[in-house]
Design a binder for this molecule. Structure first.
Ligand code: PLP
Length: 403
């Protein structure tokens, strides 16, 4: 008789966004006259820029010709895109990455999840709390997380990110093998400086640990002290994998293109992780469509870069409006400078869900309760800058009036 992977049965229902959607729907049905503003959107809303869609159209036309047709591409990505990534995202910042260390993929989400394939289930895994849930759930599916008891997995090491530590994780007391770090991060929206990242690289090198560094929000960095890549830290190529994505950088959430960097120096017991990841990708992945990779390449063109930066600036201005508007209303506000997310402490000791309900009912503003990202998120809500300028201003205005 076939047996299922019963680790899946241990997973708690992913109730955060479905509960947010359910509560929002119920409110809207009961109050059809009220205009609800969604500040919980985790997806970009601005269109893909013209320079990129033009490249996409051109690639579609090529596909309609015998000469320009492309079937299966290289599993690791086309050289034209890998070399652009190397040149523009790394070399331009003084980082030496080779094209064969870059693996183009259909998403940082898939890569962050699939990376577990190349690690033993015996590894001790550390995650931030609160955290992007993919790191936790994929380790649970692989049987690396133990059992879900109370609000935590028994075999994961949680690194609380709290007001008192500036929302930056501290190196765990117990020895860990794999460490997920995400900067600028989701959900808090804070970034780490080189000085703050260095101890992690030192720890990983001293203990033979691997850092899985999610840099999906790199494009939002506006502070010059914040590194854009973990490889800006000396020695990181020996101990870190980096995930990047075109999703938030260039509006590719629906188009799907990302990449993972696996330096050759990164070895466990003499085995290069690059070779294992290459083997994994060649076996389980057949590459990102040619048309999409051509579009991603255009993000690095002069016009493509200029236009995508305008979209990022638009979101960052929304983030500023949220941050400053909430601070003016007396809220403790974090994030939103180097990230599209703003993390706000609930007033009067209200729980995350209580404050969520209050904002929905009394201001018709939808947020995301912090508790949904992990136990240390209790007492906070997350707002995003992905709505329009007009809706963002109105939402903040309503919250200010409410309090
Ligand atoms: N990593 C983080 C921290 C995210 O918040 C997200 C999406 O919200 C992703 C990765 C997913 O990126 P992609 O669209 O490339 O799968």
């Amino acid at each position: 008789m076939a047996k299922i992977n019963d680790n899946f049965l241990k997973l708690p229902g992913s109730y955060l966004f479905s509960t947010v959607a359910k509560k929002t729907r119920a409110y809207m049905e009961a109050h059809p006259d009220k205009k609800v503003i969604k500040m919980s959107i985790g997806d970009v809303t601005r269109p893909i820029v013209p320079a990129v869609t033009e490249a996409m159209h051109k690639a579609v036309d090529e596909m309609a010709t015998a000469k320009g047709f492309h079937g299966y591409g290289p599993e690791q990505g086309y050289d034209f895109l890998r070399s652009k990534i190397v040149e523009k995202d790394y070399k331009a910042r003084g980082i030496n990455i080779a094209a064969d260390e870059v693996f183009v993929s259909d998403g940082a989400k898939s890569d962050c999840g699939n990376i577990g394939d190349i690690f033993s289930t015996d590894n001790k895994v550390a995650v931030c709390d609160p955290v992007y849930p993919v790191y936790v759930d994929t380790n649970a599916m692989a049987g690396r997380a133990g059992d879900f008891k109370g609000e935590r997995w028994t075999n994961l090491v949680y690194m609380p990110c709290l007001e008192e530590n500036g929302f930056l994780p501290e190196i765990p007391k117990e020895k860990v093998d794999i460490i997920y770090l995400c900067f600028p991060n989701n959900p808090i929206g804070v970034a780490a400086t080189k000085e703050q990242l260095k101890p992690w690289v030192d720890y990983a090198r001293e203990n033979g640990a691997v850092i899985l560094y999610d840099s999906a929000y790199e494009a939002f960095i506006s502070d010059t002290a914040v590194p854009h890549s973990i490889y800006e830290i000396e020695g990181a190529k020996e101990c870190a994998v980096e995930f990047r994505s075109f999703s938030k950088t260039a509006g590719f959430t629906g188009t799907r293109c990302a990449y993972t960097v696996m330096p050759h120096e990164l070895k466990i017991d003499g085995t290069e992780l690059n070779a294992l990841w290459n083997r994994r990708q060649c076996t389980k992945f057949n590459g990102v469509p040619y048309v999409i990779q051509k579009a991603a390449e255009a993000v690095y063109s002069e016009e493509g870069y200029k236009q995508t930066r305008e979209s990022i600036a638009y979101y960052l201005e929304n983030a500023r409006i949220i941050r400053e508007g909430l601070a003016k209303a007396g809220f403790a506000v974090y994030g939103g400078v180097n990230a599209p997310y703003i993390w706000t402490k609930t007033p009067d000791g209200l729980g995350s869900w209580e404050f969520f309900d209050k904002l929905l009912k009394n201001a018709q503003v939808v947020t995301t309760p912090g508790a949904g990202f992990g136990p240390s998120g209790e007492g906070y809500i997350r707002l995003t800058s992905f709505n329009t300028r007009e809706a963002t201003k109105e939402a903040i205005d309503r919250i200010q009036k409410l309090v």
